[in-house]
Structures are given as structure tokens and as C-alpha cells.
Design a protein around this ligand. Sequence first.
Ligand SMILES: Nc1ncnc2c1ncn2[C@@H]1O[C@H](COP(=O)(O)OP(=O)(O)OP(=O)(O)O)[C@@H](O)[C@H]1O
Ligand SMILES: [Mg+2]
Length: 300
Amino acid sequence: MATPTDTRAPTDTFAAPHPQPTSRPTIGRQLQVEFRAVGRAFVRADRRPHQVIRDVSLTIAPGEVVAILGPSGCGKSTLLRLTAGLDRPTSGAVCIEGSPVRGIDDRSAVAFQEPRLLPWRSLAGNVALGLPAGTPRDRGAERVAQLLALVGLDAFAEHRPREVSGGMAQRAALARALARDPGVLLLDEPFASLDALTRMRMQDLVLDIHAAAPTTVLLVTHDVDEALQLADRVILLGSEPDREGATIREILSVPGDRPRDRGSAVIAELRAQLLEGLGVSRHAQPAPPPIPTAAIGLAH
Ligand SMILES: Nc1ncnc2c1ncn2[C@@H]1O[C@H](COP(=O)(O)OP(=O)(O)OP(=O)(O)O)[C@@H](O)[C@H]1O
Ligand SMILES: [Mg+2]
């Protein structure tokens, strides 16, 4: 195991944590998110407007996990940034519990593809940055310790980011987001840069966190299987012919309790449907057995 003076990153020794109820931090806020005809246009270098997102309307229930899929550049991160208050819509509104998001506020927290940790701070110090302003020192230290335990990093609290693996750094970033006790957890491809095994472990971690306290989660991903494993509903963003700007093309409800059987016929059919929506040929997929249509909720 690495010591704080090691410069080598230890391998990710993570096993999905199973925290005892008494050690669980309170990460229980669940807030509703509503997109009301949301649009975002940017101004190009030639000063012409460039509509990236248009007419996105959707209500996400408190505690629901929603995954956003779509081709690269279609506006997934833009939608997430609007929800986080890092950007403002040019039309419509993003509301949390019915009130518009007008800037960064403590109702939501974001984790990005890169952990974005401060290199000179320990993992504990980085997680502490997520604590709400004014958290008493004792309470803050206790909460950071609980969160590090939740993500399986309690033995690495004093390590610097360069002393841990990419997966561990990403778990620290997740703990930092949770430190805010967000009612809405926003994840922008948080596991995209990790190897396949670590990514699956991180997905299990999200399931554990959500089982411990079912916070509303909005997850942007390129990974169809990740979406089908984690989400209650999968939103497919895309553009329509002759119309600028992406909007919601499909909404798929994913049946079944999590963790789900990745090999089930229902999941195979949904996967094929999503890949087709993303423009990937069905012929590339093994033909799944037919499933009852009642098992799939499809809108749009
Ligand atoms: N601040 C900005 N100014 C101008 N254009 C922007 C800005 N932010 C995003 N865009 C444009 O909006 C479009 C959507 O970008 P966005 O990052 O939301 O896509 P994405 O779906 O997340 O892509 P990826 O899957 O590659 O991450 C792109 O064409 C991008 O160039
Ligand atoms: Mg993006």
C-alpha cells in the first residue's frame, strides 16, 4: 500500500463499500427537477446564433435517476451546466422544486469527467471543499470522514491526488460533490476516463450511494450499458432533420430493480433501441428475443 510519501499511484484496491447504517452520512435530500421548454443558443464567431438545445421539457421526480444519452456535441453537458447554474438558458427555464435555477446554488452538486482535485490538498482536504459554507470544524471533519468511508477511501484521507489512482481520485470527487448534501446530483460522464472494471465498480458505488439515500441523479453518459444499469429513465437527445438544436427524441423507462441483469432480454432490447437511436446499426447487435411491449415505457 502506498504511503503519503510515495509518488506512485497505488492500484485501485476498491471493493464496493457496505457502510453500516450508523456511519452513513445524511445525503438524503431529494429534489424535483423540471425543464420547461429549455433552449440554449450560443453566438458564433461570425455572430450568427447557433441553437444547441431547443424545447427540452421534462420533469424528473425527486429521487429519480435519469441518464442523458446523445451523440457527441448534441448538448448533453450544456443541459447539465444549465441545471447546475453554471450557465443560463436563452429560452425557457430549469427549475428545482418549482423555482428557477439562476446561478450556482446549494441544491445541486456536480462531478465531471476529470476529478478536478486541488493537487496540493489531501483527499480529505479536497472533500472538505464541498462542505456547505459555515459548517463547524468538528462537524465538517466528521462528515468528510464518513464520506471518505462511503466511497472506500478512508485509508487514503491524507494522500495527495497524485498519490492515488484515477478511480480513487474520481471517488474523492464524488465524495466532494456529496459533501454539499445535494438534492440533485449532476454527473457529467464521471467514469468515462476509467478502465472498464473500475467503471463498473463506480457504477456499483453510485447504486450503493443511491440505495443509502435516494438523491435525484442526472447522469450524462456515452455508455448505453451504464445508462441501462443505473437509470430509471433514459433520455435520448438528438436533432431532427432540418431543425437546428437538439431536443428529446426518446424517453425510455428501464424496468427492474438495480443491480440489473445486464444480460436480460428486456435490457438487450432497450440497448438495441438506444443504439439505433444513436445511429448504430441494429445489425451489429445479436438479435434479442422478443419481449412484451408492456415492459417498455416509450414516449415521443
Ligand atoms: N460556451 C460556449 N460557447 C459556444 N459554444 C458552446 C459553448 N458551450 C458549448 N458550446 C457548443 O454547444 C454544443 C454542445 O456542446 P456540449 O458540450 O453540451 O455537447 P455534449 O453533448 O456534451 O458533447 P460531448 O458528448 O462531446 O461531451 C457544441 O457545438 C459546443 O461547441
Ligand atoms: Mg459533454
